[in-house]
Design a protein around this ligand. Structure first.
Ligand SMILES: Cc1cc2nc3c(=O)[nH]c(=O)nc-3n(C[C@H](O)[C@H](O)[C@H](O)COP(=O)(O)OP(=O)(O)OC[C@H]3O[C@@H](n4cnc5c(N)ncnc54)[C@H](O)[C@@H]3O)c2cc1C
Length: 446
């Protein structure tokens, strides 16, 4: 297999040390017969064609930061990593658009836009490592999705390789496209199960002049959730509304600016205003008023260093939480905003029932919780209890995304016909079921 694939991608296109390519940030690991790193979209097409001819499964891979194990090869075959497709094909700052290959890092997209006074709005964590292709494949969101939407909102066109190995383009550098079915949106969020994204046209925005966050420490979940509903209900134009419950604060509070962290805080809401200096200041004042009611203290850094420190701290939460017991099982769940308080309380309660720490933090504005159960790697018993807690959690929420770690739970949310439509779509794109088998939906082979 390696010899024939090497004939397509050359010596450099076969990873000499597969190690990291067989696992990802979840710690799950799989096996593959080869790790292939094509350098061009045409090479991706030829590799997929070869795999289709030989019934070899293909696991597409970006930066390996997905939290559902999507990039881990479960069925052998090849890992097809997009790292070498890292060219910026075109950048038109005056038209607010960018054409990049899939392997370009998310942080590179951000900095390219920023250098021209523009902004690429989606801001999932792990941007230094994740790739734009991976962000598209997972339709990644992030704190600012509350105002700006998830990655898919900013994709106007895609180039992708679909079985049995053909390069297709859908959409393009256009701002409106209603011809035909919306194949672009089908590929977005499909986790590499329908096609392999090789390049994307992205829409940018002029960067706001100023961004001003507000961090409000509340005594408990009820008071914090009431404050969140006040912000939403009064129509304040926040760009982001994030939350941390009391247990999360217990994990991460130690690294927060100690002068700003009040004793006994049980819940934190972080919101942000952006726009021109005057507009951002007006919205920030409204946020301080709405979030400050019932709060123990409000921290509103106005200098660049303070603002960056706050968001850097927020960005490191996952690792602070992990450090508490060593490992964690985390589910990305979404609830209607008026049920946020219940979902946070219920996560903690489920944890208590299974005798593990249950906590949540996440994107309050989107009703999106990272409900998390902690366990020690040294305790098989604690791990089993954390799994049991996770299982119980699924019933309380509408699913946010079905990765390998979550497959089999789809049927609990949708009716049989909706599941059947998903399976039929998979069959149309990938009749042999070779693209990222076992992911997104339960295993499906023609
Ligand atoms: C600290 C941290 C914070 C995060 N915060 C957020 C957040 O706020 N919001 C959010 O939505 N997500 C968040 N994530 C998860 C986020 O979805 C991923 O980090 C990112 O989008 C995945 O990109 P990746 O390049 O690492 O993809 P990978 O992990 O390599 O792959 C993810 C999936 O996409 C597929 N894939 C990858 N590249 C391609 C391609 N070119 N074509 C087709 N399929 C492909 C893979 O097969 C896999 O199924 C976070 C993750 C971490 C570790």
């Amino acid at each position: 297999m390696e010899r024939e694939l090497r004939a397509i991608v050359g010596e450099e296109g076969i990873a000499a040390e597969p190690g990291w390519f067989l696992t990802d940030i979840t710690g799950l690991s799989g096996k593959a017969d080869a790790v292939v790193l094509p350098a061009t979209a045409e090479e991706v097409a030829r590799v997929v064609a070869w795999c289709y001819d030989h019934d070899v499964p293909v696991t597409p891979r970006g930066g390996g930061t997905g939290v559902a194990g999507g990039a881990v090869p479960l069925d052998g075959g090849i890992v097809l990593a997009l790292d070498r497709l890292a060219a910026v094909r075109a950048f038109d700052p005056l038209l607010w658009r960018l054409h990049v290959e899939a392997g370009v890092k998310t942080a590179a997209v951000h900095s390219l836009a920023r250098d021209s006074g523009l902004m690429f709005a989606p801001d999932p964590g792990a941007a230094e490592q994740s790739q734009i292709g991976g962000n598209i494949a997972t339709n990644a969101a992030g704190p600012h999705a509350y105002k700006y939407g998830a990655t898919g909102t900013w994709v106007t066109g895609l180039e992708a390789v679909v079985p049995p190995g053909e390069l297709v383009s859908v959409g393009g550098p256009i701002r409106k496209d209603v011809a035909g079915y919306d194949l672009k949106s089908l590929l977005i969020g499909s986790e590499g199960t329908l096609g392999i994204v090789t390049a994307a046209w992205l829409r940018l925005l002029p960067a706001p002049e100023v961004t001003l966050p507000v961090a409000a420490f509340h005594p408990d979940t009820q008071s914090g959730c009431e404050a969140i509903l006040r912000v939403v209900g009064s129509g304040i134009g926040a760009t982001a509304i994030e939350f941390l419950d009391g247990e999360t604060l217990a994990c991460a509070g130690g690294s927060f600016d100690s002068a700003a962290l009040p004793e006994g805080a049980g819940f934190l809401v972080i919101a942000e205003a952006d726009g021109s200096a005057a507009e951002a200041a007006r919205v920030q004042a409204e946020l301080i008023e709405a979030l400050g009611d019932g709060a123990e203290s409000v921290h509103a850094p106005a200098d660049r260093a303070g603002i960056e420190a706050l968001w850097r701290w927020r960005g490191g939460l996952t690792f602070a939480v992990l450090a508490r017991r060593g490992l964690a099982l985390s589910e990305d769940i979404v609830v209607p905003l008026d049920r946020l308080e219940d979902a946070i309380d219920e996560t903690a309660e489920i944890g208590r029932r299974h005798d593990v720490i249950g906590l949540s933090f996440g994107h309050a504005g989107d009703g999106n919780l990272h409900s998390t159960f902690l366990f020690s790697p040294e305790s098989e018993d604690e791990r089993a209890r954390a799994w049991a807690a996770c299982e119980e959690l699924v019933d309380l929420a509408v699913r946010h995304g079905i990765g390998w770690t979550k497959r089999g739970w789809l049927e609990r949310q949708w009716g049989p016909r909706a599941v059947e439509l998903h399976r039929e779509l998979k069959r149309v794109f990938d009749p042999k079921g070779l693209l990222n088998p076992g992911k997104k939906l339960a295993r499906l082979r023609a």
